[in-house]
Design a protein around this ligand. Structure first.
Ligand SMILES: Nc1ncnc2c1ncn2[C@@H]1O[C@H](COP(=O)(O)OP(=O)(O)OP(=O)(O)O)[C@@H](O)[C@H]1O
Ligand SMILES: [Mg+2]
Length: 226
């Protein structure tokens, strides 16, 4: 799905003494079949930009149009529905529920979609196998390694077969082989026509043939594209 940001500004705590102007004048169009990498220093606004692209937060000023729909115009419950159906988000801090098993975490996004339990489990186990963590499916998320958590987070993001995949530093906790596996999964998704946006410091990601275009963020502004 095509994503368009127009004149986006994002402030946190606007007007307060702790105000942060996190994004400035962002104009960005991402085509439906594009894979984009966003890099830039810590605090430059990468996670903020991804959250806006994924409909998790709205811009303070400007607009985000995804698949022809203006996100700011959607009431909250539609926005939630929209995220559940179309977006797969791999968070920088994973956001898995520690007490639930890997399998339960991965199937969680399917609960509100009314998918039958047997079907949920089948699809989740296929993804876990592909990501080589099926042997951890019954472990509580609290008891697996950083790299395993990362892959469980990838499985959870893909369980709803999203048209847009957004990944925040997806390879930060992975070794080279697992990072390459992650990129190969992205490459398969790209072939299916998915839109992929990855924030990453990792040269393995930014220099990967999977990535069509890299954007550089500095102090909340897009500095260059190459
Ligand atoms: N919820 C929030 N409330 C207030 N300020 C925030 C919030 N989230 C982020 N910020 C601030 O906004 C700026 C951009 O943060 P963001 O997390 O988008 O950066 P980033 O590029 O993802 O950094 P990193 O590489 O460290 O993950 C930073 O100055 C950060 O402190
Ligand atoms: Mg970040």
């Amino acid at each position: 799905m095509k994503i368009e940001l127009k004149a986006v500004e994002k402030y946190y705590n606007r007007g307060g003494s702790n105000q942060v102007h996190a994004l400035r004048g962002i104009d960005l169009t991402i085509d439906a079949n594009e894979t984009i990498c966003i890099h830039g220093p810590s605090g430059s606004g990468k996670s903020t930009l991804l959250s806006i692209l994924g409909g998790i937060i709205g811009p303070t000023i400007g607009s985000a149009v995804v698949g022809g729909k203006k996100l700011a115009r959607l009431p909250d419950r539609f926005l939630t529905l929209y995220r559940r159906e179309h977006i797969g988000f791999i968070f920088q801090r994973f956001q898995l529920i520690p007490e639930l098993s890997v399998l339960e975490n991965v199937t969680l996004p399917l609960l509100p979609l009314g998918v039958r339990p047997a079907q949920q489990k089948k699809r989740a186990m296929e993804l876990l196998e592909k990501l080589e963590i099926d042997h951890r499916s019954d472990f509580p998320a609290a008891e697996i390694s950083g790299g395993e958590l990362q892959r469980a987070a990838v499985a959870r993001a893909l369980i709803n077969d999203p048209s847009i995949i957004i990944a925040d530093e997806p390879t930060a906790h992975l070794d080279t082989r697992l990072s390459e596996d992650f990129l190969s999964i992205m490459s398969d998704l790209k072939k299916l026509g998915k839109t992929i946006v990855i924030a990453s410091h990792d040269p393995l990601v930014s220099e990967s043939p999977v990535v069509d275009r890299c954007l550089y963020l500095r102090d909340g502004a897009l500095a260059a594209a190459f």
